[in-house]
Design a protein around this ligand. Structure first.
Ligand code: FES
Ligand code: FES
Length: 156
């Protein structure tokens, strides 16, 4: 099936089997490999992207369900000149990552939360990130990064 996907502001037509996952279309058809696959069963959050501004686990939805939707992946967050999004910069600054495998999904979930709750409490941040698993960091620096990213987003 041919489906029109709009990813990071760019419209592309992909030719996929009807059961192709959105994450597969993003990684294998559009070659945007910043979106990771950890569990493939909607548990780890490594595949999180924004669909019309909301965080979605892209291993848990089909590409054909999203024609024309505004999809944003980690590659689409930085400014055109390469300046990192404040949330990306905060993860770097606060050491909110170690191996980095979970990081794209964490950042996308945090960006979604930041839009809906710009003054989210630590509790709200932890609840939002419940669906994003990290094997390395112990989460403390991730929470600090999200708090910093929120404060910097508010200033931007
Ligand atoms: Fe999608 Fe783990 S790969 S939630
Ligand atoms: Fe390694 Fe999170 S930094 S899984």
């Amino acid at each position: 099936m041919k489906v029109q996907l709009k990813v990071n502001g760019r419209a592309s037509e992909v030719d996929v089997a009807p059961n192709t996952l959105l994450v597969t279309a993003i990684r294998e058809h559009l070659k945007l490999t910043g979106t990771h696959v950890g569990c493939d069963t909607a548990q780890c959050g490594a595949c999180t992207v924004l669909v019309n501004g909301r965080a979605v686990k892209s291993c848990n939805t089909l590409a054909v369900q999203h024609p024309g939707a505004e999809i944003t992946t980690i590659e689409g967050l930085a400014a055109a000149d390469g300046t990192m999004h404040p949330m990306q910069a905060a993860f770097k600054e606060c050491h909110g990552l170690q191996c980095g495998f979970c990081t794209p999904g964490m950042v996308m979930s945090a960006v979604d939360l930041c839009k809906r709750h710009p003054n989210a409490s630590e509790q709200q941040i932890r609840e939002q990130l419940e669906g994003n698993l990290c094997r390395c960091t112990g989460y403390q620096n991730i929470v600090r990064a999200v708090q910093t990213g929120m404060a910097e987003t508010a200033k931007a």
